[in-house]
Ligand binder design. Structure first.
Ligand code: HEM
Length: 418
């Protein structure tokens, strides 16, 4: 078994976190070329870390070695979220996944989700400014935030505008605390941002608890066989689901969908009635622009991956973005080709955008339903184009959630047959 290429470096001095956060793409490409390997090690966040960028490596990690690794987010996020599934492992994680999945996929939930998504999508589409270009990411973030608050807290933004805008402000302050963590490790704690985030967390939990006690959310129901978690645990999960992360990830996917199809009115129209094209385009958008460029794990024990030895105690960063553009798996990986999914050898399992294996995203069906419903309704009513048509020059901000660096401005025009 080969040793990992790369250098772990000395504590603090050998750390490459600054280089990574300055330009993540450059960092990965530089190390891949330097070590002639898609798997390499470096000191990152002051921890010996293995970077995995190949499709085979990510697939093997998330599926074949799931029992030798644990999720690696607790040290950075637990203080700002409190207990929830992403900080658990083993049988505790399995049972939480079963409980949460049963809530999210019950007939009652599905009906509620369909109604909420339809109502909010139609409301926002009716307000689309047709003559003026709009900042499309911001637009989708508003739509996704409203949908998430209605889905998980049964908030109706019209009826309770004040409370909703209070929650949105709080989730923003909370988010700023989360994204400042890697920077804090480098520059020392930014107390004001962190303290504001903790205060926002406390206020959000108070609102969530009051919603739970008013039995306003599907999470208020208790399981007949008593396996259900208590109110405290339910509140912890709701905090995760209403936090800014999920609306940002949804807005990212929807924005990428719009930008990728902005140069072709006929293709846009086909999304409204051709379900196969809609599905293939959804796959291709996830493949090329995953909202979360990667994930983190910790090795609990030694194991071998793709011919390399991974030592216990190492952190592991897997790069979804790179793995989904692996030329050994996807031909012309940087070209947007929805048709590659038509009658093809690829399927959902070849994507990592919503995770893969036993710890994949429990909201993946909800995400798919939401993105496809919004795109179908949008394309039935509107054609769209980018204000600056040089779409290939769009620069991306990769972290913490992918989005165009500069605001992408889109003009929507009602279709003539409407
Ligand atoms: C576009 C939106 C979304 C994206 C891109 C996304 C992506 C992901 C990814 C990549 C993972 C795996 C993380 C890892 O391997 O470390 C994950 C896990 C998870 N997602 Fe999502 N997600 C989205 C929306 C949602 C929604 C709407 C929910 C809630 C209903 C949700 C709940 C979760 C949970 C609870 C986990 C952790 C599962 C576990 O710990 O076993 N996600 N998501």
């Amino acid at each position: 078994m080969a040793d990992l290429p790369g250098h772990i470096g000395m504590p603090l001095f050998g750390d490459c976190s600054t280089e990574f956060y300055k330009d993540m793409m450059h960092f990965i490409n530089k190390h891949t070329v330097k070590h002639k390997s898609t798997i390499f090690s470096a000191r990152f966040l002051n921890t010996p870390t293995v970077f995995i960028t190949s499709h085979a490596g990510v697939k093997e990690l998330l599926n074949d070695h799931h029992d030798k690794i644990e999720l690696g987010y607790k040290a950075f996020m637990h203080h700002l979220y409190g207990d929830n599934i992403i900080f658990t492992n083993g049988s505790q994680a399995d049972s939480l996944r079963t409980i949460l999945t049963s809530i999210l996929t019950s007939e009652e939930s599905k009906q509620h989700y369909q109604d909420v998504m339809k109502r909010i999508t139609e409301k926002h589409l009716s307000t689309l400014e047709q003559s003026q270009p709009i900042a499309v990411y911001k637009f989708f973030k508003r739509v996704a935030t409203e949908i998430c608050l209605c889905l998980f807290l049964d908030m109706n933004l019209h009826q309770s505008e004040e409370l909703s805008s209070q929650i949105t402000t709080l989730t923003t302050a909370h988010w700023h605390g989360i994204v400042s963590v890697p920077v804090n490790l480098k520059l020392g704690p930014s107390k004001s941002t962190y303290r504001k985030a903790l205060e926002a967390k406390a206020e959000l939990l108070t609102i969530i608890h009051s919603k739970l006690s008013d039995r306003c959310t599907l999470f208020s129901e208790t399981n007949e066989d008593g396996e259900f978690f208590n109110t405290q645990e339910a509140a912890g999960h709701l905090l995760l689901f209403i936090s800014a992360l999920i609306p940002k990830a949804l807005a990212s996917l929807l924005t990428s969908f719009i930008l990728a199809t902005a140069d072709s009115p006929d293709f846009q129209q086909s999304l409204a009635f051709d379900l196969e094209t809609l599905q293939n385009t959804y796959h291709e958008v996830q493949r090329m622009w995953p909202p979360l460029v990667g994930g983190r794990r910790l090795a609990k024990q030694d194991f071998d991956l793709c011919g390399y030895h991974i030592p216990a105690g190492h952190a592991i960063v897997y790069l979804t973005h790179h793995a989904q553009r692996d030329p050994g798996v996807f031909t012309d990986p940087d070209v947007f080709k929805p048709d590659r999914w038509k009658n093809s050898q690829y399927d959902d399992d070849d994507l990592f955008a919503v995770g893969n294996g036993p710890r994949d995203c429990i909201g993946r069906h909800l995400v798919q339903d939401m993105v496809k419903m919004i795109m179908q309704k949008l394309s039935a009513q509107f054609a769209w184009q980018l204000e600056n048509p040089e779409k290939h020059s769009i620069q991306y901000k990769w972290l913490p959630v992918l989005r165009p660096k500069d605001e992408a401005m889109i003009t929507f025009k009602v279709r003539e047959h409407q």
